[in-house]
Design a protein around this ligand. Sequence first.
Ligand SMILES: [Zn+2]
Length: 536
Amino acid sequence: MRLFTSAPLLTSSFVLALGLTACSTETVELSKTTEVKAPIAKIVKDDKFTYANYDKVRMTHLSLNLDVDFDEKVLDGTATIDFKTVDPSAHSLQLDTKDLTIRSVQGLSSAGKWVAMDYTLSGEDDVLGTMLSIPFSKGTNKVRIDYRTSPTAEGLQWLSPAQTAGKKHPYLFSQAQALNARTMAPVQDTPAVRITYDATLRVPDGLLPLMSAEQGDKDENGEYHFKMPQPIPSYLLAIAVGDIKFKAINDHIGVYAEQYILDASAEEFAETPLMEDSNAKLYGPYRWGRYDLIVLPPSFPFGGMENPRLSFMTPTLIAGDKSLTNVVAHELAHSWSGNLVTNSSWRDAWLNEGFTSYVENRVMEDLYGEERAVMEQVLGLEDVKRSIAGASRPELTHLKLPADLAHPDDAFTNVPYVKGQFFLQFLEQRFGRTEFDAFLKDYFDHFAFQSITTEDFIKYLHDELHVKNPDALTTEELKAWVYGPGLPDTFITPVSDAFTNVDAARTAWLDGGTAGDTSAWSTHEWLHFLNNFQTF
Ligand SMILES: [Zn+2]
């Protein structure tokens, strides 16, 4: 995710890309989208923001069949859930729901018949919502839940025609991260659990539904069908419905948007294929089939959201000069860091966001040169310093966030993003870029379609890199980064020559002189100039 209110995400996105200084001409073959089975290994439950007993019973597939009802502002229909029993002593499937009306639950009997099942709803917690517990007998591994969402579902935003640019049709979009998938459907709403999904949607005439999945055409019954054959965590479930048009950028990348902004969006994001090439060159092929972007109405509350195959983007990125497209680089990078290898709890959010910020910066360097990448690092540093200084307690500046985190949203500060990025830069400096790049490429491959903890990463780092280079870093240095506050002693401050000139210009100006010729300054340079007036 790219936050909107967070300074580094905002400031580092104010970048001017006035043409490419360097780019990859290497064409990377797209991998075909093939079905991937979610691993059903035993895992320890370490996510406290879910009622799900996923260490005992784990859902593996979700099949949605829903009416998108704009009059009632609800999704209404069924969720069919496939699940596997991990612990043979378990006899109930526990799911997260929030503000859902559950009408009935059926189970598929071993004889292949749907039969009514008992269920209980309990909990009513402001953060977690309500637990749906479904006792099952041996042999049952599929349940069907008849339900509807609430008009005030936190994960769904229903816009009236007047709230869209076209003014004629209503619009719906979702935001499931971090805990809102449970307001859209009953699920095991934890990043530790990965599911494949399919969906059948019925929408009013004239509207196009989209999901974070393979897009099917409208069938003879007027229904749209979607399929996500690769296992994703529930926070990547996504839906958008509106008067939405499409424009291709190349044969597997394109833009969806309302008509008024469609051509401008395709032009603004024209360099997305170069970003994909750069990512693939560094970290292996893009594994999700198509990559499309959808430009949402202005009320979308973030810069971007990395829904697989379909990144959700704010229209405020359409600046006309490609100056904000590193948000695209960020969301695309999540196709490796986050969507492919996922934090198994929000305490490990840096595994998603720190890796993504690091990858984004590497892609920026690859495409636009080192100077720009370093300027973005310095701007990130200025922002994370403010976050560290403003943290209510030191534990919130650790990469591994504390067990008593009050809400997953508290994980989304500059710390996991920028400190996480700097930690990976530190490892790159210590092990050398060539070694570290090969390590990261293997890491994404090794943990592909899995959800892991910080400790899983540290073990893999140790086994695959540290044992071969034992002198590269000490355990104490590693611990200071991951389990210690702020930026540790081993952090090397990035230095931008361009910013050194800006500092000199600011000093001269504050001394009563002039800042000199600023006509060639980039947005980065202006931001650095403005960020450093703390004396006022
Ligand atoms: Zn992100």
